[in-house]
Design a protein around this ligand. Structure first.
Ligand code: ADP
Ligand code: ADP
Length: 230
């Protein structure tokens, strides 16, 4: 079954110069368990596309089915619930709250899901152990390295047991060795059955995915399995 299906998806932005079409009719189907790298030059529409997939923005045209549900036909509350249950987000800048312990950062999505404090603490601990940072549970984010912060962000993304992870340039702020470690972790999550969609500029990072989709000027210009000729 498709976790993500988009058809004729379009997005235009209002600018001083008029409407700017950032996405122009994108069709894509991503099945459960896939590991997809989204590539393409700056300005090709990758972030716009990821924002639509994450239901952080609404399309100007076309359809989006997330886990089989037509996003456009859902109420705001139902969509927020579907998003929280289904998607874990990972960002280039980690986006941890600086005054909160790592454990509280990881537990934060559970606050919005109305999970009680003891359960939140226990789940956060398990996930920090899972990413190899259990011993730093009570530390603040600035006590650990960038690569470790990204591991914490991944733990946070996992806390609601999502079936999909959306990651926008997750290794963009990391050196190549640390990037490889983060990619190993994504590989393990994918082996556990989590669908991963990841934006990257770097071919070495995209090579970890099993499918590579390339954007140019708001279109998909290639879509192939890793190792196959585009
Ligand atoms: P990418 O992530 O591939 O760099 P983006 O999706 O960020 O591409 O941007 C695609 C195009 O849309 C770019 O030309 C960008 O300047 C434009 N764009 C993105 N967001 C906005 C916005 N909020 N308002 C106007 N134009 C935007
Ligand atoms: P990325 O590095 O992911 O390609 P960008 O630098 O293109 O991101 O955009 C960063 C943020 O600024 C995004 O949220 C995008 O929507 C917004 N943005 C990009 N281009 C424009 C624009 N021309 N006008 C307004 N906002 C924009």
């Amino acid at each position: 079954a498709s976790v993500i299906r988009v058809a004729s998806l379009g997005k235009s932005y209002q600018t001083a110069a008029g409407e700017f079409p950032a996405l122009r009719g994108v069709d894509l189907d991503i099945a459960a368990g896939e590991y997809v790298a989204i590539m393409g030059p700056s300005g090709s529409g990758k972030s716009t596309f990821m924002n639509l997939l994450g239901c952080l923005d609404t399309p100007s045209a076309g359809d989006y089915f997330l886990a089989g549900e037509n996003v456009a036909q859902m109420s705001k509350d139902a969509l927020a619930q579907l998003r929280n249950r289904t998607i874990g987000f990972v960002f280039q800048g980690f986006n941890l709250l600086p005054r909160m312990s790592l454990q509280d950062n990881v537990a934060l999505p559970l606050v919005y899901a109305n999970v009680d404090k003891e359960t939140r603490r226990a789940r956060a601990r398990v996930l920090l152990e899972r990413v190899g940072l259990g011993q730093y549970a009570e530390s603040l984010p600035n006590r650990i390295s960038g690569g470790q912060q990204q591991r914490v962000a991944i733990a946070r993304a996992l806390v609601n047991e999502p079936r999909l992870i959306l990651a926008d340039e997750p290794t963009g702020n990391l050196d190549s060795h640390t990037s490889e470690e983060i990619m190993r972790l994504f590989g393990e999550l994918n082996a556990d059955g989590i669908t991963i969609v990841l934006v990257t500029h770097e071919p070495d990072i995209a090579a970890h995915a099993s499918r590579q989709v390339r954007f140019l000027d708001g279109h998909i210009v290639s879509d192939h399995l890793t190792g196959e000729q585009p």
